[in-house]
Design a protein around this ligand. Structure first.
Ligand SMILES: *Cc1c(COP(=O)(O)O)cnc(C)c1O
Length: 380
């Protein structure tokens, strides 16, 4: 048996739409499929303005440019996140102030945010880990109180909600990912969401290499030129065509993933009840978009042993982020605070295979192997 950690799902329509894009003779960005994808999100989730990007990393870099982050500005984000969340702001000279995770789940602890705010703080970047919402009311209230911007790293958070509001639609800006490991994919791809109208015009300019080309196409100016900084952030129509095929199947994909997720939860809940491991905690204010299923072990040694045990049996389960405040790149720059919960998840969390085509009997096998791991060894 060989069960991979992830397997990209194809709806079957991707190559058809790519063929259409190729035949249309318009292959560069901001064409028909790009507009269709952007409209999809604007209509389904009520996002004010969406711009497809070549990655979530790029969308985060655009956000840092839009917020005009300057050297010395401070940006607060969890230490337990992907490097791109931090890199986007470090590229503009920001100092990253890392927040610790919550005890309940890897999201940043919103109750401990205020103490990290200084006169230099410019933005907060909550990451909705595993597609589970951060406590956005608390975060937005602090942003209001201190005049800060909020950029949601919604890379994993497509089709997930906070108190009935779609994630990615709450902060001033938000970034999504369509990397092949996410729920909806384009190989590599992402999207910037602009919820604050103040950023709308400039976002288009930064997107189009610092030119007012988008306004030109709308007939608002009769020539386009260099009006600001920017870069090449828009993907080609080939990528957008692929993505559109996926979006058409969003509900079907989400339904299947949620079903698999619940199957895991049901199978492993006896272990959780016996205190052998912890399952994902979903706060009352959050929904579950089934981006990820993980378990939390009791010790780093147990994390390592479980991953090895499953690997020997042909199941690829993996750990996740290493705390960024302890990374080779940032440890010297970090202010020295100890972030125990971030380290806790780095050293204990194990992600299980979860993808559209994961067969039920494979899922049962994985669950059974985990049950046997915790019964053969006398682990607590
Ligand atoms: C996947 C991911 C990213 C990066 O997305 P790309 O599209 O690969 O650039 C950033 N942040 C988080 C939390 C992610 O999970």
């Amino acid at each position: 048996m060989n069960i991979p950690f992830n397997k990209p799902y194809l709806t079957g329509k991707e190559t058809h739409y790519i063929y259409q894009a190729v035949n249309s003779g318009k292959l560069s960005g901001n064409g028909m499929f790009t507009k269709k994808c952007q409209q999809f999100f604007q209509e389904k989730y009520g996002f004010r303005k969406c711009l497809l990007t070549t990655s979530c990393t790029d969308a985060l870099e655009m956000a840092a440019m839009l917020l005009d982050i300057q050297p010395g500005d401070e940006v607060i984000m969890p230490s337990y996140t992907f490097v791109s969340t931090a890199n986007a702001f470090v590229l503009r000279g920001a100092r990253i102030v890392f927040a610790d995770s919550s005890a309940d789940n890897p999201n940043l602890n919103a109750d401990r945010l205020e103490e990290l705010i200084t006169p230099r703080t410019k933005a907060i970047v909550p990451v909705h880990y595993a597609g589970i919402a951060c406590d956005m009311d608390k975060i937005m209230a602090l942003a209001d109180k201190y005049g800060l911007f909020v950029v949601e790293d919604a890379a994993q958070a497509i089709d997930s909600y906070y108190k009935g509001r779609p994630l990615g639609g709450i902060g001033h800006l938000a970034a999504f990912s369509f990397h092949e490991t996410k729920n909806i994919i384009a190989g590599e791809g992402g999207m910037l969401v602009v919820n604050d109208p103040r950023f709308e015009k400039r976002a288009e300019i930064i997107w189009e290499k610092g030119t007012n080309r988008t306004a030109f196409f709308r007939g608002e100016v009769d020539k386009y030129g260099w009006v600001d900084v920017g870069s090449s952030f828009l993907p080609s129509e080939v990528v957008a065509a692929f993505l559109y095929a996926q979006l058409e199947h969003l509900e079907q994909i989400q339904e299947k993933r949620c079903q698999l997720w619940k199957h895991y939860e049901l199978a492993l809940s006896p272990l959780a009840a016996a205190g052998k491991l912890r399952l994902p905690h979903i706060p009352e204010f959050a929904t579950n978009n089934a981006h990820m299923f993980y378990v939390v072990c009791h010790s780093p040694a147990e994390q390592e042993a479980l991953i090895a045990y499953l690997k020997e049996r042909g199941v690829l389960a993996v750990f996740h982020y290493l705390s960024l405040h302890k990374s080779p790149f940032y440890t010297e720059k970090h202010d020295g605070r100890i972030l125990p919960w971030s380290d806790f998840y780095s050293e204990r969390l194990v992600r299980l295979p979860l993808y559209y085509e994961l067969a039920d009997d494979h899922l049962s096998t994985i669950s059974r192997e985990i049950l046997s791991f915790f019964s053969t060894s006398d682990r607590i």
